[in-house]
Design a protein around this ligand. Structure first.
Ligand code: ASP
Length: 366
């Protein structure tokens, strides 16, 4: 079989493996042929770069029948652009950390995602941003939380990792460090978007209604529904040509959050994890449940200590979150180039680059 034909056959086999798993989560598992050669035999390297790159733009109630064609196109275009920024860096031999940071910066600058510019509002009407990044080679990590004036939190997380002896900085302290590092600060008004502001008003109205004494409550209309969880957290995982894994996540948290609430996204081991011996993970969903389940490290530990496949491990951790009552999803890539995307919600904005170098963008469960 010619190389081209065998790659096409591999693609058919790999993509034919798309299957629905427990909880309605959807999961993919594929490995580029070139990775199989270069990594399973250790010293043999194929001429082609053995790189992998995947992103997500949040999991939640994302239904085909509630999405206009124009809106869907906007998401698909933004996801494709984001994906190809990081992939382009990896293809040229750049580090996974650069790919993750550059892609997430692009998503933070887009109002479509709940990160950076498009961050959701707190109950006080402010925006508080969280982010983290991890280097699988050194196990170094950087995290920031409760930021109010940082345009690109992922870059500040990376500076915490590379230019300080700490792992996590929050709020005013993190912003003071940012100033010292010459990072771009923006006025709080930069993060205002009408969609997110309206979402906050809906959340508040629903909360008020919920807290009313039973006799004061308005009867629920048949079609009435509570506001949806404001999805849109972003994340990326990369395996670069040097075999190094990097992962990063960035978010505005959850709409109407209170009292300095911080979710899983900036928590190393919960929302983000990377380890060259196992895998890289970026999660999205009900942060409290992802913290309690220590999702990202748990997935890595299932590979390291229990020898599960990436697909099995991704499935197990999402199931654990589900059993506690939380919903969400994750993207993960292992050291051999396998890729898995698992989620328990009706949709997750997600993308990866196929073995043929083409972007594959998906939104819904099926
Ligand atoms: N996990 C994020 C948080 O809890 C939110 C999300 O992923 O949608 O802050």
């Amino acid at each position: 079989m010619t190389k081209d034909k065998s790659r096409r056959k591999f693609l058919r086999d790999a993509l034919g493996g798309v299957s629905a798993v427990a909880l309605g989560a959807q999961l993919y598992s594929s490995v580029p042929a070139q990775n199989k050669v270069s990594r399973s035999h250790g010293t043999v390297r194929s001429a082609e770069p053995s790189i992998r790159f995947a992103i997500h733009g949040g999991a939640g109630t994302i239904l085909r029948n509630q999405m206009s064609a124009a809106r869907e196109k906007e998401y698909r275009d933004a996801l494709t652009q984001a994906l190809m920024i990081g992939y382009g860096i990896l293809k040229k031999g750049g580090p996974g950390l650069d790919a993750v940071e550059a892609t997430i910066r692009f998503m933070e600058d887009s109002p479509l995602f709940n990160a950076g510019k498009g961050a959701v509002f707190t109950s006080a009407g402010t925006n508080e941003l969280d982010s983290s990044i991890m280097d699988g080679k050194t196990l170094k990590a950087g995290a920031v939380a409760g930021l109010k004036h940082i345009k690109n939190p992922i870059s500040l997380a990376r500076l915490v990792m590379e230019k300080s002896k700490h792992v996590m900085m929050v709020s005013d302290g993190a912003e003071a460090f940012a100033k010292e590092q010459g990072v771009e600060l923006v006025p709080a008004s930069y993060f205002y978007t009408e969609d997110r502001w309206k979402a906050l008003q809906r959340e508040k109205a629903a909360e008020e209604e919920k807290n009313k004494a039973p006799k004061e409550k308005k009867p629920l209309k048949a079609h009435a529904s509570l506001p949806e969880h404001e999805y849109g957290t972003v994340g990326a995982v990369a395996l670069d040509q040097g075999g190094n894994i990097a992962a990063g996540t960035s978010t505005g948290g959850i709409s109407n959050k209170k009292w300095g609430r911080v979710g899983d996204s900036p928590i190393i081991g919960a929302g983000t994890y990377a380890n060259n011996r196992t895998c890289g993970v970026s999660a999205t969903g009900d942060g409290e449940y992802f913290i309690r389940s220590v999702v990202a490290h748990d997935l890595s530990a299932l590979l390291e200590y229990k020898g599960l496949s990436l697909k099995e491990a991704a499935d197990v951790v999402i199931e654990k979150v589900d059993k506690l009552g939380g919903k969400g999803g994750l993207i993960t890539i292992d050291k051999d180039g396998h890729l898995a995307m698992s989620f328990s919600t009706s949709g997750m904005y997600r993308g990866h680059v196929g073995a043929d170098g083409q972007p594959i963008i998906e939104i819904y469960k099926d």
